[in-house]
Design a protein around this ligand. Structure first.
Ligand SMILES: C[S@@+](CC[C@H](N)C(=O)[O-])C[C@H]1O[C@@H](n2cnc3c(N)ncnc32)[C@H](O)[C@@H]1O
Length: 272
């Protein structure tokens, strides 16, 4: 299966690999796909391009969950292994912790687009926050997460944090979400994030900025089928949060789970 994590492009069908690759289709088309591309607003040509790359038919979240169960792993750990990237999430969480964004002080957490729930899994295990709420656009996925983990599922239409009070949250975070959302949706969320973050609280998310898009990287994107990419100006994001009382405390670049790279930004909101 490790071979199937190599996204070098469409390949000849090998019967053994095809079965494995086919199973991987669901990982991208389901739990990992940016909803705005694959599920909610996908142009057929884009959806087909994902399938060509992954090599299989669409599989629902339900099927992916069943596949993970058979391995005895959580869905998120299963996905990291399938893509040849075990430990990626742990590395990101370690950076969040050393930046002060994670710790026993963190009583309330809000996550946007939790997907297969890997960050929920690790954070609730390690820190048992009193409150962990999620805004996940895929309603069935959100329901499943609510059954699987100790989280409160908030209703969402994909841009606002309407269920959350002002200054209520110690950590607001999102992973692999703003890499695919339209700029206006990102800034609508950023405005909301700024509203709900408590004084002294942290915000952590990743974007695809200049640092992630060298000429080589663009050439690779052009040669491949992935079409979710959304560019975001780091300078603009930093200025936006600074103007709302946040300071940047950490930033780092890291590979995305499937392909490409993103830049993580961690902000702290000034004390009361
Ligand atoms: C690429 S996946 C990343 C999943 C997870 N955060 C991770 O890093 O493994 C993006 C997730 O965000 C969700 N999503 C996409 N657009 C969203 C939006 N506008 N609001 C909330 N969730 C969204 C998708 O349904 C999907 O579960």
């Amino acid at each position: 299966l490790h071979d199937t994590a190599d996204l070098g492009g469409p390949r000849e069908a090998d019967p053994v690999v095809t079965g494995a690759v086919d199973r991987l289709a669901g990982l991208v088309n389901g739990l990992l796909a940016p909803a705005g591309v694959m599920v909610a607003r996908a142009a057929p040509s884009q959806a087909e391009s994902w399938r060509a790359e992954i090599g299989g038919r669409y599989r629902s979240d339900r099927e992916v969950i069943a596949l993970a169960r058979r391995t005895g792993l959580s869905v998120s750990d299963y996905l990291e292994r399938q893509w040849g990237n075990p430990g990626r999430r742990a590395g990101i969480l370690a950076r969040m912790q050393s930046a002060g964004a994670l710790g026993p002080h963190m009583r309330t957490v809000c996550e946007i687009g939790p997907g297969s729930g890997g960050y929920i899994q690790d954070i609730t295990r390690a820190f048992t926050p009193e409150w962990y709420e999620i805004y996940e656009i895929e309603a069935q996925r959100a329901r499943w997460l609510g059954q699987e983990y100790p989280v409160t599922v908030r209703e969402t239409e994909g841009e606002a944090l309407s269920g959350t009070d002002d200054a209520a949250i110690n950590l607001v975070h999102a992973h692999g979400v703003f890499a695919s959302l339209k700029v206006i949706s990102c800034f609508t969320y950023f405005d909301e994030i700024s509203r709900v973050t408590a004084p002294g609280g942290h915000v952590c998310f990743d974007i695809i900025d200049d640092d992630c898009l060298s000429d080589d990287a663009i050439t690779r994107y052009l040669a491949g089928p992935l079409r979710y990419l959304q560019f975001m100006s780091r300078q603009l994001v930093e200025a936006f949060f600074k103007a709302r009382g946040f300071a940047l405390v950490e930033s780092f670049r890291t590979p995305l789970l499937v392909s490409g790279e993103s830049t993580y930004l961690i902000f702290r909101k000034r004390d009361g």
